[in-house]
Design a protein around this ligand. Structure first.
Ligand SMILES: *Cc1c(COP(=O)(O)O)cnc(C)c1O
Length: 423
């Protein structure tokens, strides 16, 4: 109890109980965080990072040592031959698209082996929209293997890959679906299945929301290329924009020709003073991901104490930082998001309301009070107003801050007479 926020004693009691329930998972998270922190630290030391790597370049950015060495540090951390880490990837979708367009050629075939990919990738592939220059417009074929009972369908994957596939595409995180996220072990099984029928198929992983959640990353179990956003896990809450691609050297080179131009590739790109925060973001990432995971586990425990349906459960093994809460009705979703917003360090005075978002077929209510606009390594909640009335919550730069937001969310629900009384 603190003098700063008014929380009903029933919520405080539920919180105490939730913390007790979290103890075991918190110890697991601490152990993984420390392992990954040391992994990152070693890469900084091995590459001799110094103040000179933070120097700003302009114009073509030729010979920017900070940029070149950042790629090396990143490659070491993610067990890659090479990496492409740039502030001028404008978001995760852009980064993934650069990798897809970089690697695939007309006549190639991409197979999504973990069901339909994340929404924003549909336009890139050409599942949705016309005339935008999608992969489909360039003659790249596409097919997908749906999940089977929410799990990768290994036999279905083998059958699909057997008929000829240039790329098998895996999405590690659940994104905004209720299916379980893939563990690195799950990815390993998919890699084995693909390799057993087609050793040369390129295996790409959308690594968004997955970085540093486990000790191993997808390249360590045989994936060829991974990509992700820097305003999620891998930017540690410090990077204000950007993305990364890591993996096989020949593939990274191809991606670099897509990011800049054929012939120039990685050799150009002014860093404009961004290097320091990209280094610092990577340095912070394992710890920040640990805080986000603790936040997710706590929210899961707290709302299961109240009697709500939660996924993952507080004691389940985590494969990403996303937490879903079944809040059962529109009023509760709105109250929850308003409560989270009211405790955010930035924009606490805003009142989230459901609105029609472009690209969604139902209204959406969102809470986001972040230092970086749209950052989802910072605590944020999104809820489409439709059955089954789930809220998706992710992030948390530090556990204590996320914890009070969760309690304020419950308080807001209680004040409106909506909170279930499982206490
Ligand atoms: C966030 C996300 C993306 C897209 O990233 P943006 O930065 O929103 O463009 C793609 N795939 C997954 C699984 C994600 O979580």
């Amino acid at each position: 109890m603190t003098p700063f926020f008014k929380i009903d004693s029933r919520i405080e009691n539920a919180s105490e109980k939730a913390l007790e329930m979290c103890r075991e998972q918190f110890a697991v998270i601490d152990e993984i965080t420390e392992y990954n922190q040391l992994k990152v630290q070693k890469a900084f030391i091995d590459n001799g990072i110094s103040e000179t790597h933070f120097v700003s370049s302009t114009g073509y950015g030729y010979g920017d040592r900070g940029r070149e060495t950042l790629d090396k540090v990143w490659a070491q951390v993610f067990c890659a031959e090479d990496a492409l880490v740039r502030h001028n990837f404008v978001c995760g979708t852009h980064t993934l698209a650069t990798a897809l367009f970089g690697v695939l050629r007309p006549g190639d075939k991409m197979v999504a082996v973990t069901g339909t990919p994340y929404d924003t990738i549909h336009g890139v592939i050409g599942i949705k929209g016309k005339g935008m220059g999608s992969l489909k417009d360039y003659g790249i074929e596409y097919s997908e293997v749906p999940l089977k009972n929410d799990r990768p369908d290994l036999d279905g994957i083998k059958d699909a890959i057997k008929t000829g596939a240039t790329m098998a595409y895996i999405q590690r995180s659940r994104g905004y679906e209720l299916r379980p996220s893939l563990t690195v072990e799950d990815i390993e099984e998919i890699v084995k299945a693909v390799r057993s029928v087609s050793p040369d198929t390129i295996i790409m992983v959308d690594n968004c929301y997955g970085e540093f959640v486990e000790k191993r990353e997808p390249l360590e179990v045989g994936a060829d290329i991974i990509a992700g956003s820097l305003i999620k896990n891998a930017g540690g809450g410090i990077a204000r924009t950007g993305g990364y691609i890591a993996g096989r050297k020949d593939l990274i080179e191809k991606c670099s020709y897509r990011l800049t131009t054929p012939g120039l590739g990685k050799e150009v790109g002014a860093t404009l003073g961004m290097n320091r925060e990209l280094y610092m973001g990577l340095f912070y990432a394992p710890h920040t991901v640990g805080e986000a995971l603790k936040s997710a586990v706590y929210i899961s425990a707290l709302f299961s104490v109240f009697g709500y349906d939660v996924t993952p459960k507080y004691d389940e093994k985590r494969a990403d930082i996303v937490q879903s809460l079944g809040l059962e009705n529109e009023e509760s979703l709105v109250a929850f998001c308003q409560g989270v917003q009211s405790g955010s360090p930035i924009d606490s005075y805003l009142l989230p309301e459901p609105w029609d978002m472009p690209g969604y077929d139902s209204k959406v209510v969102m809470a986001a009070g972040a230092f970086t606009l749209g950052s989802s390594i910072e605590l944020s909640a999104d809820a489409p107003i439709r059955e089954p009335y789930y809220a998706w919550i992710q992030g948390g730069l530090n556990f204590h801050s996320a914890k009070i937001c969760a309690k304020l969310a419950a308080q807001q629900m209680l004040d409106k007479g909506l909170l279930k009384d499982g206490v």
